[in-house]
Design a protein around this ligand. Structure first.
Ligand SMILES: Nc1nc2c(ncn2[C@@H]2O[C@H](COP(=O)(O)OP(=O)(O)OP(=O)(O)O)[C@@H](O)[C@H]2O)c(=O)[nH]1
Ligand SMILES: O=C([O-])CC(=O)C(=O)O
Ligand SMILES: [Mn+2]
Length: 604
């Protein structure tokens, strides 16, 4: 144990001078009782998980090895988009889709909040890298946090610890500064609560400085700053400056019965099926699917192709709806343990349960609020945004390429959302600009992944609406420009919708493993063998081109899932126009032209 010039007892330290100075500066402001530099070791995990058990934050699960159950404050259960800010010098930098505040003003407000906010707590220094340490461009970050829950979760979600710090020290490497506090200082002798947080929340990004300040929440994307804050909001701004893409996409490896391999990326909004598709168990014979990533793709050009890496090291998956029939691979991953479960229900014998895990609920549970729950209870046992946090390498279908620092060449991009109507099962874009148009107009019914109303249709460009760290008009232009500069490298683009409803309100398409039938058609289109018909919105599978062998569907269901309806699409046009209007001069001319083209084709 050493002490810094701030006289705070400290375990560990660094020769990286700029980092040492930043840590001291934050400690002087937040006044923690002690500072711990995280080494990422098993010993550290054991010590911190035990501390969380002692504090009542974690309950150790008897039925899952090395795994823990946590329930959050009921007011801290999801990303808080209305408290999320992009702090660029001028408002135009944040654009029409983000909340903006001037950097100095935000720093003033938050410095006041941070002053003394870690009193009674330990400040942890977490050196981490997003993507691989052996990458040509290692993408470092350091998170300072006063939450042991965050340290343990970051250890699963990212590559953290001494090895990272040593590599950073070699070159005094630049890194993204990630400051996090739950915002709940403890007075002398004050008893802590199981889930400390604050009513006041700010999730602030300073893209020009590559910096993140988060205050008041301990949950998910609000607090595990490597994920949405860095790997999407800050990285998207970096990618814009440097000519690459940071996207909200899963990465899937598909092997056909002939042994041909294709890598596919897919962008769906939060809680719209990325993790499930990434772990798909194909129902059609001979096809193999493996996961490279389930949430985020960083894509760079090399050798004339677009290569994608998954910057993460863990899964932060939506629990409800995950079960052996729908996603056995996720179930096998969590069986291996080493996981944190948040806001799911706990069984009396020390296991976890959530809606959709089994057809029949156990007779008695402890629900996510900590209350006794029975099948007669009116409330859900698990919160709709409850999550499992699990090492990605535990998933039986993680592809060996997950470990390739340079990633995998992408040959198709899928966009999708949750739409009861209008959007057919699968449509192929005409070309890159049309694909960008399709991405820019993705629409989806809102989910429990973010605080606020659920089930409201909103536009969610490239499934990035809450994650674009700069002006969304510039972001769309970036997509168009890359297509122009790297025309031959660009993947084919498709639009999918697993969520269309039938007349009875049920899902028209069975989804999950059956989505492999759509993937098969996509691959056939890549290889030039799949048959399609042109429609005003793009190419859809020709009659009989979608493999539905052995698929047990009610009469009319397939037609309902796949149909293109001119009238439904005409009704979309004013919504797209309204959506585009906010971008003003920033709307790329190419997308204006695409909209005009679509209108003409619909009217023809
Ligand atoms: N009907 C239907 N539901 C699906 C399908 N795929 C996923 N779901 C359900 O949609 C919900 C969210 O799925 P996930 O795969 O966790 O979504 P995600 O995009 O990874 O969500 P985030 O991790 O929040 O970004 C779960 O309840 C799934 O069971 C599908 O093909 N059909
Ligand atoms: O960031 C989170 O809290 C969880 C997540 O993956 C999402 O909302 O897309
Ligand atoms: Mn997911």
């Amino acid at each position: 144990m050493t002490t810094t010039s701030t006289d705070i007892p400290t375990t560990g330290g660094t020769s990286h001078k700029e980092l040492a100075a930043w840590v001291e500066e934050v400690a002087a402001l937040t006044t923690p009782d002690s500072i711990v530099w995280c080494d990422g070791s098993d010993e550290e995990w054991d010590r911190l998980t035990q501390k969380l058990v002692d504090a009542g934050t974690f309950v150790k699960l008897d039925r899952k090895p090395n795994s823990f159950w946590a329930t959050s404050d009921p007011a801290d259960v999801a990303r808080v988009e209305d408290r999320t800010f992009i702090c660029t010098k001028d408002a135009e930098g944040a654009g029409p889709t983000n909340h903006w505040m001037a950097p100095d003003e935000m720093k003033g407000i938050m410095s006041d909040l941070y002053r003394g906010c870690m009193k009674g707590r330990t400040m942890y220094v977490i050196p981490f890298v997003m993507g691989h340490l052996e990458s040509d461009t290692p993408m470092y970050g350091v998170e300072l946090t006063d939450s042991e829950y965050v340290v343990c979760s970051m250890r699963i979600m990212a590559r953290i610890g001494s090895k990272i710090l040593e590599k950073m020290e070699e070159t005094d490497a630049p890194y993204v500064k990630c400051l996090h506090s739950v915002g709940a200082p403890l007075a002398e002798g004050q008893q802590d609560v199981a889930w400390p947080c604050s009513e006041t929340k700010y999730i602030s990004h300073f893209p020009e400085e590559r910096m993140i300040w988060s205050f008041g929440s301990g949950y998910g994307g609000n607090a595990l700053l490597g994920k949405k804050c860095y790997a999407l909001r800050i990285a998207s701004a970096m990618a814009h400056d440097e000519g690459w893409l940071a996207e909200h996409m899963l990465i899937l490896k598909l092997t056909s019965p002939e042994g041909k391999v294709h890598f596919i990326a897919a962008a769906f909004p939060s809680a719209c099926g990325k993790t499930n598709l990434a772990m798909i168990e194909p129902t059609i014979p001979g096809w193999k699917a493996e996961m490279v990533g389930d949430d985020i793709a960083w894509m760079r050009f090399r050798n004339g192709k677009l290569y994608a890496v998954n910057p993460e090291n863990g899964l932060f998956g939506v629990a409800p709806g995950t079960g052996y029939p729908t996603n056995q691979n996720a179930m096998h991953a969590i069986e291996k343990g080493n996981s944190i479960f948040t806001n799911v229900a706990r069984t009396l014998d020390g296991d976890v349960w959530w809606e959709g895990m089994t057809d029949e609920a156990p007779d008695e549970l402890i629900d996510w609020r900590g209350d006794t729950w029975t099948p007669e209870s009116e409330n859900k046992a698990a919160h709709p945004n409850s999550r499992f946090c699990t090492p990605i390498t535990q998933c039986p279908v993680t592809a060996p390429e997950f470990d390739d620092p340079n990633g995998v060449p992408i040959s198709a991009i899928l966009f999708g959302g949750r739409r009861k109507t209008t959007i057919p099962l699968v449509t192929e874009a005409r070309d890159w600009n049309h694909g960008t148009f399709i991405g820019s107009t993705v629409s989806s019914e809102t989910t429990a992944a973010a605080a606020g109303a659920v089930g409201v249709v909103r536009r969610d460009p490239m499934a990035m609406l809450p994650f674009i760290g700069y002006n969304a008009g510039d972001y769309l232009q970036h997509w168009v420009n890359l297509g122009r500069e790297h025309a031959d490298a660009m993947p084919k683009v498709f639009l999918v919708n697993w969520f269309r409803r039938d007349e009875d309100g049920g899902f028209a398409w069975p989804g999950f493993g059956e989505n492999s039938r759509v993937l098969k058609w996509v691959v056939e289109r890549l290889e030039g063998t799949g048959e399609g018909v042109e429609t005003p919105i793009g190419t859809v599978p020709a009659e009989g081109a979608l493999d539905v062998d052995g698929l047990d569907m009610e009469p009319g269901q397939l037609e309902q899932a796949t149909k293109f309806d001119v009238e439904e699409w005409k009704a979309e046009i004013p919504l797209i126009e309204e959506w585009f209007a906010q971008f003003g001069d920033k709307l790329p001319q190419e997308l204006r032209d695409e909209l005009d083209g679509l209108k003409k084709r619909l009217d023809a």
